[in-house]
Design a protein around this ligand. Structure first.
Ligand code: GGG
Length: 358
């Protein structure tokens, strides 16, 4: 198999702990499954910002474009406004590479307790498909009378027919590929957002007509939030706008135990640019540097990366090793009820991979 080149962006906070952990897992599985990888690590993020006044250098996108895929840790620093860090690093990559499908699976693994009672392992198994390049994240707007008492801020959402159609089609195709409940739920707030989200709802109905084998429902985001808690097992694929998908995927992560377990793929389904893989969680400055972060969300994101690059058995081996560590229950970080460190959990995944290879 071709040697794939991976760009590593640990970024900020616990990103610097979980990306090295996932790299070790990728290296081990590359060796045992004969799917060679090379890595190039970039020290971009908030520390780079303190030195250079920008989160990434001018040629960052050109350099990242040379890779087959990117693994990112987290962005966010307590001493830099969040809109600077996010708009300086993660969002420009998503936009420049047109990574329009943000795929965020949530699965209740054996050995992990949901905060909701009565759910068996595997009973919650959903994927939030988040539109990733437009919507509420379009970053269009401005200030009038900036910093004056009469200040006005305008922030515009952008919904294009093409943007809605491609992400909704992606969600239907995913429901077919997953072949589980064959359901797609579309989330908007079109009673209050009477243009962009009305367009989204209309496109959803049009696309749904091409997929008669898939059951659909259309929910307002407030009802969706309630139903993620009330009937999480009923969901399969959930397609939502950029902001709603971001919020709901924190909810799907927590009902399946911890945001520390949640992986995410930012995909260019046409494969013209490298796709980017990351944990759903942020930089967690409260625990950064203490060796306490759960590396499993990033390790599962690394498995999605391997799968995307065609190394399906290597990806399955990583996911299986994670399942074994969780089911064993003896080496878990605090967010999932244990006392183990990032290094301990990474070691347990490496050992499970070793065993699986014997
Ligand atoms: N794992 C990347 C990260 O730091 N995510 C936190 C975050 O706030 N992301 C914003 C977003 O995905 O829109």
């Amino acid at each position: 198999m071709k040697r794939h080149s991976i760009g590593l962006l640990p970024g900020d906070g616990i990103g610097r702990e979980v990306v090295p952990a996932a790299r070790r897992v990728l290296e081990q599985v590359a060796a045992t499954h004969h799917v060679p990888l090379s890595f190039e690590e970039y020290d971009w993020g908030s520390d780079y910002y303190f030195q250079h006044g920008v989160m990434m250098p001018m040629d960052a996108l050109d350099r990242l474009r040379t890779h087959d895929a990117i693994l990112l840790g987290a962005v966010g620093h307590p001493h830099v406004p969040d809109h600077i860090t996010l708009n300086g690093m993660l969002l420009p990559i998503r936009r420049a590479f047109d990574l329009y499908a943000n795929v965020r699976p949530a699965y209740l693994y054996e050995g992990v307790a949901s905060p909701l009672s009565g759910y068996e392992p595997g009973s919650i198994d959903m994927v939030v498909v988040r539109e990733n390049t437009e919507g509420e994240y379009a970053n269009i707007g401005g200030y009038l009378y900036h910093h004056l008492p009469s200040e006005v801020a305008v922030q515009t959402s952008v919904f294009t027919r093409a943007g809605c159609e491609r992400i909704i089609r992606f969600a239907f195709d995913l429901a077919r590929r997953r072949d589980r409940k064959r359901r797609v739920a579309s989330i908007t707030k079109s009673n209050a957002q009477g243009y962009g989200m009305v367009l989204w709802d209309r496109v959803f109905r049009e696309v749904a007509a091409d997929y008669p084998d898939i059951t659909t429902e259309s929910l307002l985001v407030d009802a969706a939030a309630m139903n993620f808690v009330r009937r999480p097992a009923s969901f399969d694929v959930v397609v939502a706008s950029n902001l709603f998908g971001d919020i709901l995927s924190d909810l799907s992560a927590i009902v399946t135990g911890s945001i520390g377990l949640a992986p995410s793929a930012n995909l260019d389904p046409r494969r013209l640019a490298p796709s980017l893989f990351e944990p759903v969680h942020g930089s967690a400055p409260d625990i950064a540097g203490k060796g306490l972060a759960n590396p499993l969300g990033t390790i599962l994101a690394a498995a999605m990366l391997r799968d995307h690059l065609g190394a399906t058995s290597a990806a399955a081996a990583v996911e299986f090793a994670v399942r074994q560590v969780l089911a064993a229950g003896s080496t878990l970080t605090a967010d999932v009820g244990g006392t183990a460190s990032t290094a301990d959990v990474t070691g347990a995944v490496l050992a499970a991979l070793d065993e699986g290879n014997e």
